[in-house]
Every structure is written in C-alpha cells, then in structure tokens.
Design a protein around this ligand. Structure first.
Ligand code: SAH
Ligand code: SF4
Length: 337
C-alpha cells in the first residue's frame, strides 16, 4: 500500500515541494489519490507523471466472509510485508460503517479479546489505515452501494497506542478534498490509554471517544484489562471528564457484559455511582465468544435489567450494542486474522 495514501494534505504539499513539483497542484493530487473518479482525468503532464510514480497499491484480499446477519462482512487483508489484518464493513444502504484496524495484534492483552491474545506484532502506517477505508469504499462502489458514512477505530489494536499514524489517517479520511467522512462520524475506541486521551483532547477534533471500562473497581477491571495497573479507573475517569470539558463532547463508556463477572445488579449500581455527574453515554456489549476465554454473555433479560438499573439509578443514557457478524468472527474482540 502506498505510503502516499497516508500523507495529510499538508504533508503532501511539503512532499511535492521536496520532489520539485509545484504545491499549487496539491489539491488535484490529493483528490486523485483519494477519489477514484478523479484518478482517471488528465491533470497535465507533470502532475500525471508524478501520480504515475506514486500509485496506490490495493491490499490483497485473503478472505472475504459475509455474515448470515446480512449486514456484516469481514475482509482479511494482506499487507505489503505479508502480515494480515481484518477490516469489517457493517450496516445498511446509506449508512455503511468501516471498522478499521490500527495495529497487527495488540499489546494490551485484555483477557477476553482474540486480538489481545495474538500479542503485539506491529503498528499500521497511516497509509495502511487509509487503504482499508479506500478498499471498503471501492467494494461498495463496485456493488453499486452508497459510500461509507462512518468510520470506527475499533478493529484490531489499540488506536491511541499508535497515536501519530492514527491521527494522520483520520486527518486524511475526514479531509473534504478527499474521502470526506464527517469528523462527527468518526469514533475512536480506547482501552483507557490516558496519555492518548489527553493528547486527543488537545487536538480538539470532533471525533467521538469510546472508553472500554468493563469493571467498576480496579480489582475487577484489572482482572480483565491488565493495563488497568498503569491507567487505573480514577485517573481514567478524570481524563474522560477533562476530555468532555475541553471538547464539549460526551464520552461513550463501553461495558462488555460477562455473565457472573460484571453483570450483577450490584455492578450496575456501582457503575452508575462511578459515572455520576459525568457527560457520558454507556454502551453495553454482551460478550462475544473467543477461543481462549471461558466467559459467556449474560441472557437478554439480564442485559436489559442491567440497562434498566443504570438508567434508573444513574439517569444515564444506555444503549445495547447489537451483536453483529458473530457467526464469522467479525464481532467486537473476535478479530485475529
Ligand atoms: N483497543 C480498543 C478498540 C478495539 S476493541 C479498545 O479496547 O477499546 C473494541 C471493543 O470491543 C472494546 O470495547 C473491547 O473491550 C471490546 N471487546 C473485546 N473483546 C470482546 C469480546 N470478546 N466480546 C465483546 N466485546 C469485546
Ligand atoms: Fe487490545 Fe482492545 Fe483487544 Fe484490549 S480489547 S486487547 S486494547 S484490541
């Protein structure tokens, strides 16, 4: 995949200048790199010649599996060095969402997550993340479907552990001169990487932030998420509060429900207590099965009861994430190549 795909508009201008091309052509080059329709047209000899020297290489599809739920499709893509990552397409006509991977594997080691079990292999480059978005848009176009509307950084990896390249990739795909995804339609999910949350707040982008909490005490959370030792709950929630303050945005709190581990009335009450007064929304994710983890999701009744308690005792907005793509291992935490 071409490294040029990952250059922000500003970086592209500089690069063109370095390579002796007048940066006034940067808008046309950026469009050509990021909008397929613009790629064919004639931009003048020097620009066309430059573009020809920097072709975008489409990733190779190793596997393409459509889920029986009719709204999820998982692609296993091979990178230039032979490593593989998964990208998931979800949703219906007019509101397609890309679930993009940011790393091959993950260093955080959450016990219920198949990506975590792989360990960390490497970071993806900005170009490799942009290429996932292009790939899905081209797949949609080839099937006469509308382009992507949303991008969620919830695939393989911890996006805030690969901060610079992830931000560059998001700058590229939200640039109206190129792919033009609305920044408000981008979500970043983090394990709770506090320095990353602070850096993200300072950038003041309009992306939504989702924080994976899953436990209401350091002991309970630490048993599921080993990095809780480094970034414990109290400091994490403090970082979320300042993120809301600085950006004016609500933080989404993700809670993967595991039967018998964090799904009781008492857990719901303690979670409501922890989040009191915060500008948050809670998203409940019934656990998806993975090979190495024994846990089970709670029943639908238990999930609804957990939601009811959070709403009533915490006055919190609470949604339940629809389970998608579970049959093909494309659900949250199931991506492992
Ligand atoms: N690394 C980031 C984003 C990728 S994981 C993060 O951890 O937030 C996306 C979400 O799926 C996270 O909330 C994660 O906790 C959750 N998840 C991981 N494994 C899961 C599983 N087996 N079932 C349900 N959710 C899971
Ligand atoms: Fe990494 Fe997120 Fe999986 Fe944890 S849940 S191991 S942070 S991808």
């Amino acid at each position: 995949m071409s490294a040029f795909m990952g250059l922000t508009f500003r970086q592209l201008q500089l690069r063109m200048k370095e390579e002796g091309l007048n940066p006034v052509h940067a808008p046309v080059v950026f469009r050509s790199l990021h909008r397929k329709a613009a790629r064919m047209t004639n931009h003048g000899d020097r620009v066309d010649e430059w573009l020809a020297r920097h072709p975008g290489v489409a990733p190779e599809v190793v596997r393409d599996i459509a889920s029986g739920d009719q709204v999820t499709r998982k692609f296993l893509l091979r990178l230039e060095d032979g490593r593989e990552v998964e990208t998931v397409l979800m949703g219906y006509e007019g509101r397609y969402t890309a679930c993009v991977s940011s790393q091959v594997g993950c260093a955080m080691g959450c016990v219920f997550c198949a990506t975590g079990k792989m360990g960390f292999l490497r970071h993806l480059t900005a170009g490799e993340m942009v290429a996932q978005v292009h790939f899905l848009n081209e797949h949609l176009a080839a099937n006469e479907k509308s382009p992507l509307r949303n991008v969620v950084m919830m695939g393989m990896g911890e996006p805030l552990h690969n901060f610079g390249p992830v931000m560059a990739a998001l700058d590229v795909i939200t640039d109206a001169r190129g792919v033009g995804i609305a920044p408000t339609r981008v979500s970043i999910s983090t394990v709770g990487h506090i320095p990353g949350i602070q850096k993200l707040a300072a950038l003041k982008r309009k992306y939504s932030l989702a924080v994976s909490l899953h436990g209401a005490s350091d002991e309970e959370r630490g048993a599921l998420i080993p990095v809780n030792k480094r970034w414990p709950i109290r400091q994490l929630l403090e970082a979320c509060r300042s993120y809301s303050e600085v950006t004016g945005q609500k933080v989404l709190i993700s809670w993967t429900l595991i039967a018998g581990a964090n799904d009781s009335d008492d857990h719901a009450t303690r979670l409501a207590e922890l989040l009191r007064g915060m500008k948050v929304q809670v998203n409940l994710i019934p656990l998806n099965p993975t090979e190495d983890f024994e846990g089970r999701p709670p029943s639908d009744e238990r999930t609804l009861e957990f939601q009811r308690i959070l709403r009533e005792s915490g006055g919190l907005p609470v949604t339940i994430r629809q389970r998608r793509g579970i049959d093909v291992g494309a659900g949250c935490g199931q991506l492992a190549g």
